[in-house]
Design a protein around this ligand. Structure first.
Ligand code: ADP
Length: 397
């Protein structure tokens, strides 16, 4: 059999991201984005890149199924007619899914049942799966969960100090997210470093619009910064990360804020955006800091200090530290954020080589520590490839 092609789909409430992964080729054969879909929007459109060429097409008033119906022929053509499977990103797998799984009617029911844990994401993910099943009933389809990699957390790491019935009856516990990214970069880091995955220990920092940290021992997640929802943990673009759990009651009593208002503030108006009063985008903040903007300067200081604090806390889960890995748009590109974060981690014996740190941007991977400190690596993430690898592993031989 020739090299197989997997279409990877990440379906949001008003968008579908897609990429075609060939098991023997780096990069994507075709990748693109359908946006403003499912909103009865005349401006809905599809953009894609194939062989370096950019294309766009209007999809007026398209819903998810119509958008996928436009995407699938493009993917089949780019695959030379041979598409072997579809991998779907699904945000929440709860305790039910510790691994990726072939999609059956039971899988669909279970993802649906998990919707209360991820009310914004799982229903959108399901829309994509259902549309793909309707259009391509004979193709093997696989669900890959953001939470699954973290199902190896020990109980002392995943339980909150809350009444036991909330866990037992309502699933209130820490789940963690970004699992495909943490897994992908830690396996790659072991390869780069000449270590066996099952005999290595890493701290990872996935820093995109959402940010999380993870402690990984012998290929298994042992602790992570996100919790019941993706709001817990480090400072993110617009999410606060950790705050005093008493904050919600305080805002409700003192200011009469509703739960919805508090939730929106913590998820969409906080983080880098809230602290800086300027932007959620790290590139803009770095520029503003260079121009002397006080809010941007503070946002960067808080981001790096809290990130370092999270990494130091997660080091409790490691027997030794083989390396710290930076990934995601910020982790892969920002020498400033890496330098400021590592400067807080001298007690972990981490120090950067300034020139190597500055040189590692724009998709480059490499080691950036100063000898003889513990390893610090930059590893570009590739969640689509990890989803395709999981999908390939579940196809019939
Ligand atoms: P998402 O989580 O949406 O996939 P990304 O992983 O693309 O996001 O990360 C987006 C973040 O990466 C933004 O804050 C962006 O400003 C930041 N970023 C991208 N390039 C750079 C750069 N050269 N320097 C600093 N930050 C960057």
């Amino acid at each position: 059999m020739g090299a197989r092609n997997i279409l990877v789909i990440n379906c949001g409430s008003s968008s579908i991201k897609f990429a075609l992964v060939n098991e023997q080729r780096d990069g994507f054969v075709i990748q693109g984005l359908a946006e403003r879909i499912g909103l009865n929007d005349a401006e809905a459109r599809l953009r894609w890149q194939c062989n370096g060429d950019k294309h766009a097409r209007a999809l007026p008033q398209a819903d998810h199924k119509q958008a996928l119906a436009a995407i699938l022929p493009l993917a089949v053509e780019a695959a030379g007619g041979a598409l072997h499977g579809i991998g779907h990103r699904v945000v929440h797998g709860g305790e039910r899914f510790a691994q990726s799984t072939r999609i059956t009617s039971e899988t669909l029911d279970a993802i649906r049942a998990m919707a209360p844990l991820a009310p914004l994401h799982n229903p959108a993910n399901l829309q994509g799966i259902e549309a793909a099943l309707a259009l391509f009933a004979d193709l093997p389809q696989v669900a890959v969960f953001d939470t699954a990699f973290h199902q190896t957390l020990p109980e002392h790491a995943y339980r909150y100090a809350l009444p036991e019935a909330l866990y037992r009856d309502h699933g209130v516990r820490r789940y963690g997210f970004h699992g495909t990214s943490h897994q992908y970069v830690s396996v790659r880091a072991a390869q780069i470093s000449g270590l066996a995955v099952d005999n290595s220990a890493w701290l990872t920092a996935h820093l995109g619009n959402g940010c999380s940290t993870c402690a990984i021992v012998n290929g298994q997640s042992q602790d992570t910064s996100m919790g019941l929802t993706p709001l817990e943990g480090v400072v993110m673009g617009t999410r606060s990360g950790d705050v005093d759990p008493g904050l919600a009651a305080h805002l409700a009593r003192a200011l009469g804020w509703s739960l919805d208002k508090i939730d929106a503030m913590l998820n969409r108006e906080s983080g880098l955006l809230g602290l800086s009063g300027l932007s959620n985008d790290m590139r803009s903040l770095e520029q503003a800091r260079a121009d002397g903007h006080a809010g941007a300067t503070l946002a960067i200081e808080v981001f790096c200090y809290r990130l370092a604090k999270s990494l130091a806390a997660l080091s409790c889960a490691l027997p030794q530290l083989d390396g710290l890995i930076f990934t995601g748009g910020i982790g892969e590109n920002s020498a400033l954020i890496r330098a400021k974060t590592v400067a807080h981690l001298r007690l972990l014996n981490l120090q950067l080589d300034e020139a190597a740190n500055l040189a590692c941007t724009g998709g480059a991977e490499g080691e950036i520590q100063r000898a003889p400190s513990a390893r610090v690596l930059v590893v570009p993430t590739n969640e689509e490839r990890q989803i395709a690898l999981d999908t390939l592993a579940l196809l019939e031989p």
